[in-house]
Design a protein around this ligand. Sequence first.
Ligand code: DX5
Ligand code: ZN
Length: 220
Amino acid sequence: MLEPRIAPSILTADFARLGEQIREAEEAGVDWIHLDVMDGRFVPNLTFGPLVVEAIRGVTRLPLDVHLMIAEPERYLEDFARAGADLITFHAEATPHAHRGLQRIKELGKRAGLAVNPGTPLEALTHLLPELDLALVMSVNPGFGGQRYIPATTDRIKRLANLKAHLNPECLLEVDGGIKPENAAEIYRAGADVLVVGSALFNRQPLAHNLERLKGGIHA
Ligand code: DX5
Ligand code: ZN
């Protein structure tokens, strides 16, 4: 059986020991590192910018999956590309020029992703599917780690997976927010290719143990 990629979100990691935590994730066998960039405008929280992405680039070989939850994302695409992002995803709600932003990311030599919030019709990204390397379906309202998975997301994943099979089978379908061992199988079976997992991986338990439990959940 094909495995989904696991992309740990560092949002609930211990930022005082970030390098160590990322190495621990890499050794445990995760696929990508998911970096949540928040600007206090598009979402009601602030995290970090290109400087931290660059520092993380220095401690891991894993692909860096940068999730921009920022207004006017086009202003910062070059900075994140230069910082060492491999995939750059911004929100359809954050700009009237999504198509231009995607082209710019590709010009910068990176893989381009587009995200939609739980309240946004999938159509905000389906017409751009042929342009996408990654389509990100948010399963919580972005801004904070440790929220509950919104059940209606499962149906959205199924619909998008169907469309993608026709329009762009190469595009990866990523799901972000509230993913735990208990719901991972449902999300994977609905058609997710990449699972972003924050608090269920970075918590008080060792990451390798949490990853085992998550993988057990995927095939439960
Ligand atoms: C939410 C972020 C996430 C999220 C994942 O705004 O995009 O990546 O924090 O964390 P959990 O798995 O704890 O929901
Ligand atoms: Zn995210």
